[in-house]
Design a protein around this ligand. Structure first.
Ligand code: KG4
Ligand code: ZN
Length: 334
């Protein structure tokens, strides 16, 4: 089954074509340059730029897959969570194509897309523990059977990627911040600065990153002579330790033997290496997507959509975008 997937939940415009779950193309138009002057995504600008790019990106995805719109047999698009104006652009185009061509359509949860992105390269053993760490999300899920997820824990304030972005802005490293901090950290001492590792009282699997950003700001005020590389390395190390610790606690709670770490922050090499060491210690298999699939892309959306389409599932063309779309119910134990 040839599936066209469209992703416009935040600031990347993506379109991809899959053949029975196998990637034929995965086109992305980045808006980094548009948002860079502001140090973060400006929702209004993101929506306007999706309008400019979405049709050319779909055409590019079809061209790279060497298929025409007439060959497509199903359409999938992200319908949440994300920025509402951005979501509406991709979702509306997908519904328009489905309607015009009489094709089956499904809406995809962006977080499920991230969690399943690994299956474009290899099967994931179920049940598995999934950590999604990106610019908009930081949450732990217990994935059981198909489309059955339990939320184990989530950030109470900033997402991990957001923390990287805000710290990079503070350090004058530009946007997006994660990669810039990772680069600067390469020649820094991760133990140079002691930063707090906030824990959420009474919720062992919840996270909090906003205090970290404030602590960093206070440190820089008090110790203005700190080397930029040392600050970046210490900040990165702190986030890595927080994420590794919470994942270790989640493994202990669930007995997981397979752990998936995904989302933009999973591109971070220090995080990948620390997670791998922890997984080996805990006797779990760690799965992380290849770098090109860590950040937002439409192949992961087309894949999650194809699984539902192939099972005969359909969504009505009245499906609306939802900025706060949840994935699975909150686990009572968490
Ligand atoms: O998954 P993604 O593309 O978009 C969302 O769904 O939010 O993630 C983007 C986030 C940004 O905050 C960016 O700074 C972060 O992922 N990121 C990284 C790295 N590459 C991207 N964070 C740390 N290290 C990286 N190498
Ligand atoms: Zn994402």
């Amino acid at each position: 089954m040839l599936v066209l997937g469209i992703e416009t939940s935040c600031d990347d415009t993506g379109a991809a074509v899959l053949d029975d779950g196998r990637e034929l193309s995965n086109a992305v138009a980045s808006q980094d340059a548009v948002h860079r002057p502001y140090g973060g995504v400006v929702p209004e600008l993101a929506a306007r730029n999706h309008i400019l790019h979405v049709v050319p990106v779909v055409e590019r995805a079809l061209g790279e897959a060497r298929v025409g719109l007439g060959d497509i047999e199903g359409v999938a698009a992200t319908y949440g969570p994300g920025l509402i104006g951005s979501l509406l652009v991709g979702l509306s185009l997908a519904k328009g194509i489905a309607r015009r061509r009489g094709l089956p359509f499904v809406g995809v949860n962006h977080i499920e897309g991230h969690l399943l992105s690994i299956e474009l390269d290899r099967r994931i053993e179920r049940p598995f523990l999934g950590l999604v760490v990106s610019g908009g999300h930081s949450a732990l899920y217990w994935a059981e059977a198909d489309s059955s997820y339990r939320l184990l824990g989530r950030t109470r304030d900033d997402a991990a990627g957001e923390a990287f972005d805000k710290a990079a802005k503070l350090l004058g490293l530009g946007y997006p911040g994660g990669r810039a901090i990772e680069q600067a950290a390469l020649s820094g001492d991760p133990n140079a600065l002691q930063l707090p590792r906030p824990r959420v009282r009474g919720a062992a699997l919840d996270l909090s990153f906003s205090g970290l950003k404030t602590a960093l700001w206070q440190k820089l005020e008090r110790e203005p002579g700190s080397r930029l590389e040392d600050v970046a390395a210490s900040f990165q190390q702190t986030i890595v330790e927080i994420l590794v610790d919470v994942t270790r606690r989640a493994i202990a709670q669930t007995g997981a033997t397979c752990v998936v770490v995904t989302g933009g922050v999973s591109a971070n090499q220090a995080l990948r290496q620390a997670m791998e060491r922890m997984a080996v210690q805990e006797g779990a298999l760690l799965l992380v997507p290849p770098l090109k699939r860590c950040t937002d892309n439409a192949a992961m959306i087309a894949y999650a959509g194809w699984r539902r389409l192939a099972r005969g599932e359909r969504d009505p063309l009245t499906l609306n975008a939802r900025a706060d779309l949840p994935l699975g119910a909150r686990s009572i134990a968490a």
